[in-house]
Design a binder for this molecule. Structure first.
Ligand code: FES
Length: 118
């Protein structure tokens, strides 16, 4: 990632993802990126990716990456993906290709409405 590049990380915090631990994921990401020298990383909550049975869901648009069933222990994976690594298969095995196309289509169209900075 170049110095000038901003990397946005979106975490769904709607009810199903929350029930699967999204708040702990958000907290772990906040701890990882806000406590380090990562000014170019922005973490946002998101209202719902319509993948409610696959959460907690994390989307990193500029890496074209959607991660499912993310746990707080996966923060190092998120860091690796942000740095350009390929995501591990076990965090993408629940991805539905059509829904993935829709998620990134919405983001590409500029219709992304993050709830807030996490
Ligand atoms: S509740 Fe998280 S994707 Fe819908």
């Amino acid at each position: 990632m170049s110095q000038a590049e901003i990397c946005e990380i979106y975490v769904c915090n709607n009810i199903d993802c929350k029930n699967r631990g999204a708040d702990r994921v958000i907290e772990a990401l906040r701890d990882e990126f806000h406590s380090s020298e990562s000014p170019a990383i922005r973490i946002h909550t998101y209202m719902c990716f319509s993948a409610c049975n696959s959460g907690p869901n994390v989307v990193i648009p500029n890496r074209r990456c959607w991660l499912t069933a993310v746990s707080p222990e996966d923060v190092s994976v998120v860091r690796d993906v942000v740095s350009g690594a390929n995501p591990p298969q076990h965090l993408q095995q629940k991805n539905d290709p059509q829904l993935e196309a829709l998620i990134f289509g919405i983001m590409d169209a500029g219709l992304l409405c993050p709830s807030e900075d996490a």
